[in-house]
Design a binder for this molecule. Structure first.
Ligand code: ZN
Length: 185
């Protein structure tokens, strides 16, 4: 290959790579929007059956759907049955694991502190959301006070925390520490 041809080849090759890159990013954006839209559709459907207005989808790193869910607090009398929690539980059941490292969560609204904690515990890697917690506040779901509570000293929280000194309280922690065949999580 002559020097000139080599240069041209590189230019064409670079253009090709750049186009492929742009197309890949474009496809990913379309996938992200499509799945996030589904979480919003789940929220709409949830309202129809008297659930809360929140929906969620979990996918693997290639955007293949693993599980979906919607808010079921009033349907199941379970205050923890937020869309994200329901969907995390469905994904873990589907995959038979408690570790969702590398998986993506799409939720119709920015997660509340409980769901955000569950996301950290499940080790989900990416969260996509449509509405913000401020949007949720505007329709009567105010998570802000919980975020504020977490920042307070323990004695100043609305929920009264009572530390009781039991002489044998650390016994089960010790048993866990020395257990050789424990399943760490
Ligand atoms: Zn939540």
């Amino acid at each position: 290959m002559s020097a000139r041809m080599d240069k041209n080849y590189r230019i064409i090759n670079n253009l090709y790579i750049n186009n492929l890159y742009i197309n890949t990013i474009g496809c990913i954006k379309i996938m992200e929007n499509k799945i996030l839209n589904k979480s919003c559709e789940l929220a709409l459907n949830s309202i129809e059956i008297n659930g809360g207005p929140f929906g969620c989808v979990i996918t693997d790193s290639n955007f293949n759907e693993i599980s979906c869910g919607h808010n079921m607090v009033t349907l199941t009398n379970d205050p923890t049955a937020h869309a994200e929690i329901v969907t995390i539980r469905n994904a873990c059941k589907e995959l038979n694991t408690f570790d969702l490292s590398g998986y993506k969560l799409f939720t119709s609204c920015e997660p509340c502190p409980m769901c955000l904690s569950a996301i950290y515990w499940s080790r989900i890697t990416d969260v996509y959301y449509a509405n913000t917690r401020n949007d949720a506040k505007n329709i009567g779901f105010d998570d802000e006070f919980i975020y504020e509570e977490f920042a307070k000293n323990i004695e100043n929280r609305k929920v009264k925390m009572h530390k009781i000194n039991l002489p044998n309280a650390l016994e089960h922690f010790h048993k866990w520490t020395i257990k050789q065949d424990k399943i760490k999580y």
